[in-house]
Design a protein around this ligand. Structure first.
Ligand SMILES: Nc1ncnc2c1ncn2[C@@H]1O[C@H](COP(=O)(O)OP(=O)(O)O)[C@@H](O)[C@H]1O
Ligand SMILES: O=C(OP(=O)(O)O)[C@H](O)COP(=O)(O)O
Length: 401
């Protein structure tokens, strides 16, 4: 399913037009200072914006940031507007909201080549409900739709899918096209053995993907916050680690399915536990059968890193989404760094390595190894769903080429 993209639009299609661009500017931030800790997603969005402004379009840029419950300073796109202005060498004004009279006025006042960033689209619950009335409000005053938010293309939300019904033409951005071109090829016919590594903290939204991964992969490695639901399902006690209580049955079924299908299922055997969620927490390495009450697992242990290394050493394609631990704290970064180093080494030996997800990419950047991987993807959940063979709603809503 090939979709139209911005390169298919001529200057005549764009000059003086108001173009609604959905980007994924959901960047990792320092929780206290709100400073952007990795700007990969912002830099990846620049080619589309520049292509549009160079052709005289008026760009209305939209994104979410985090998972806010409503308007709140800590999820404001203010730091993003600032960083965008620096990278584009032109002022990117930040609207106070993403819909409403004031925003409409700001859109109407845009000149050719200017960029206006709308405030966090998830401040409105209607966004995630893909509410048609809200989508219509988002489209107000705009002509063309460009979806460049690959990282959010697996969500059927108002700004990623619903809004397309009110705008024409509707096309993929440069980043969206680049990601799809690379990933569809790499995951449809992967060189084997093919392994996926799934970690991170979005357990409820990613555990379901494991079922399809078992159909595609030869090996599946779990890490990060994902593992404790599996331990609890095995009857182990997990202290105060991250657990999805309503996924325990699913975890059991997944382990049984992996066994039945002969997929190598690598679950860490030791973990680094902490007495609190903090950089200066007390920590120790324990076997997964001995997590003390009140302690939480924040990284995989050294024995597990060795096992993972052995399991992945002969793999020819490896897709990694989700850090192995809370790498933002140095004490709990060893498991993530070990995987990053291993994948860099395997890439140099000819393996195809794909790292996807805002935090996973941040971890690999922090380790200074991003340019040693085959592909750095701005989407974690989106890459996994693409691998499942799903049609992403943010792509399905675009015009066919
Ligand atoms: N054991 C753990 N407990 C809690 N959080 C974890 C654990 N391991 C990793 N994390 C957190 O997971 C987050 C990233 O998860 P996720 O959003 O799923 O990854 P990505 O952004 O790469 O898709 C990181 O901020 C990291 O601190
Ligand atoms: O960070 C994102 O996804 P990722 O963690 O899978 O990379 C995207 O911005 C989507 O965010 P969401 O998972 O809150 O919808």
């Amino acid at each position: 399913m090939v979709k139209k993209n911005v390169a298919d639009l001529s200057k005549a299609d764009l000059e003086g037009k108001v173009v609604f661009v959905r980007a994924d500017l959901n960047v990792p931030q320092n929780k206290e200072t709100l400073a952007i800790t990795d700007d990969t997603r912002i830099r990846a969005s620049l080619p589309t914006i520049q292509q549009l402004t160079a052709n005289g379009a008026r760009v209305v840029l939209t994104s979410h940031l985090g998972r806010p419950k409503g308007p709140e300073k800590k999820s404001s796109l203010e730091p993003v507007a600032k960083r965008l202005s620096e990278l584009l060498s032109q002022e990117v004004a930040l609207a106070p909201d993403c819909v409403g009279e004031e925003v409409k006025k700001q859109i109407a006042a845009l000149q050719n080549g200017q960029v206006l960033l709308l405030e966090n689209v998830r401040w409105h619950p209607e966004e995630e409900k893909n509410d048609p009335e809200f989508a219509k409000q988002l489209a107000a005053g705009c002509d063309v739709y460009v979806n460049d938010a690959f990282g959010t293309a697996h969500r059927a939300h108002a700004s990623t899918a619903g809004v397309a019904a009110y705008l024409s033409p509707k096309v993929a951005g440069t980043l969206m096209k680049k990601e799809l071109d690379y990933l569809v090829g790499a995951v449809e016919t992967p060189k084997k053995p093919f392994a996926a590594i799934v970690g991170g903290s979005k357990v409820s939204s990613k555990i379901g993907v494991i079922e399809s991964l078992l159909e595609k992969c030869d090996k599946l490695v779990l890490g990060g916050g994902m593992i404790f639901t599996f331990y609890k399902a095995q009857g182990l006690s997990v202290g105060s680690s991250l657990v999805e209580e309503d996924k325990l049955e699913l975890a059991k079924e997944l382990m049984a399915k992996a066994k039945a299908k002969g997929v190598e299922f690598v679950l860490p055997t030791d973990v680094v536990v902490a007495d609190k969620f903090a950089a200066d927490a007390d920590s120790k390495v324990v076997p997964v059968s001995a997590i003390p009450d009140g302690w939480m697992g924040l990284d995989v242990g050294p024995e597990s890193s060795e096992t993972i290394k052995k399991a992945l050493s002969d793999c020819k394609t490896i897709l990694w989404n989700g850090p192995m631990g809370v790498f933002e704290f140095d004490k709990f970064a060893a498991g993530t760094n070990a995987i990053a180093e291993l994948l860099a080494e395997l890439t140099s030996q000819g393996a195809t390595t794909i790292i996807g997800g805002g935090d996973s990419v941040a971890a690999v950047e922090k380790a200074g190894l991003a340019d040693k991987m085959s592909h750095i993807s701005t989407g974690g959940g989106a890459s996994l769903e693409l691998l499942e063979g799903k049609v992403l709603p943010g792509v399905a809503c675009l015009d066919d080429a």
